[in-house]
Design a protein around this ligand. Structure first.
Ligand SMILES: Nc1ncnc2c1ncn2[C@@H]1O[C@H](COP(=O)(O)OP(=O)(O)OP(=O)(O)O)[C@@H](O)[C@H]1O
Ligand SMILES: [Mg+2]
Length: 279
């Protein structure tokens, strides 16, 4: 299926426990139980999560609130420390072991090779500086310091994400929620990253605004061949965007495969309920 496609990311046996953990955490928690260890009360936010991601592919991570979706993405983006597992990022013939990076290496990958778009634009944007300034900041951090070039790039990115370039000097707090997400996407794309993380980016927006943002994401995938991990509890987002999907429950992957197959013929009772309730 993926012949000839380059692998960009591999996650192997990832776990994340919040709390001190104990020897029974993993056997006492799981999809049929809960994610809280009855012995030590630690939260097993994720356990034994593995997947590969290929260039240009969109992988969906779906599940209800608390299932561990954001935890996976946060640790890949160095926003949290994993408890166990190996993550390998393949980039231009080099590979990086994401859970073994020092702070400078983490910063470098986050600035230059990854993009992150959050549900809450406050996390992804600096509201004290202009939309263009947000993009400029990212370009400056990645080592560009040519004012004219940075400004032109910011203008191009805003145009591409359909934010009027005339508004580039306004602060994002003046913008609608949908426009703030567009600025976040423009900022994430500033350094042409091969890998984007999108965590509930359309949650809470009006349906028509959601549809336009989802279209933009698909266009970007087609144009730039950016690989993406899309985290959502919304089956509609998964259906539209994801080539393959992982379904998580209480920190475990209970179902994984091609999105079309999962939606047509879900194997796990939980996924069957999700699909049935979205019909
Ligand atoms: N910093 C933390 N300390 C303790 N527990 C945490 C922390 N962050 C997350 N958790 C717990 O880990 C579990 C997984 O959280 P996570 O945020 O990954 O879920 P999610 O699937 O992204 O949920 P949502 O759809 O609500 O965003 C939850 O039970 C959550 O309460
Ligand atoms: Mg989340």
């Amino acid at each position: 299926m993926k012949e000839g496609m380059k692998k960009i990311l591999e996650l192997d046996s990832f776990s994340k426990v919040y709390g001190r953990g104990c020897l029974r955490c993993f056997e006492e928690t799981g999809p049929e139980q809960t994610n809280i260890c009855p012995c030590c009360r630690s939260v097993v936010a994720a356990h034994d999560v593995s997947f590969s991601l290929y260039q240009g592919e969109i992988l969906g991570i779906m599940g209800e609130s608390g299932s561990g979706k954001s935890t996976v993405v946060k640790c890949l983006y160095s926003d949290g420390q994993p408890t166990a597992g190996v993550a390998t990022f393949y980039d231009n013939g080099q590979h990086h072991s994401l859970f073994d990076l020092n702070k400078a290496q983490q910063r470098q990958l986050r600035n230059q090779r990854f993009g992150m778009v959050y549900q809450n634009p406050n996390l992804g944007l600096n509201f004290d500086i202009s939309a263009g300034g947000n993009i400029a900041e990212r370009l400056l951090m990645s080592g560009d310091n040519n004012y004219g070039r940075i400004r032109q790039r910011a203008r191009d990115l805003l145009r591409r994400t359909e934010v009027l370039p005339e508004r580039m000097d306004e602060k994002p707090k003046n913008f609608s929620g949908g426009m703030q997400q567009r600025v976040q996407i423009a900022k994430a794309l500033a350094t042409d990253p091969p890998l984007l993380f999108l965590d509930e980016v359309t949650t809470g927006l009006d349906l028509s605004v959601q549809a336009a943002i989802l279209d933009l994401i698909l266009e970007i995938q087609h144009e730039l061949q950016t690989a993406m991990i899309v985290v959502t509890h919304d089956l509609g987002v998964i259906r539209l965007l994801a080539d393959r999907t992982l379904v998580m429950k209480y920190g475990r992957v209970i179902e994984a495969g091609l999105t079309d197959q999962i939606l047509e013929d879900p194997q796990h009772a939980y996924t069957q309920r999700l699909v049935a309730s979205a019909l």
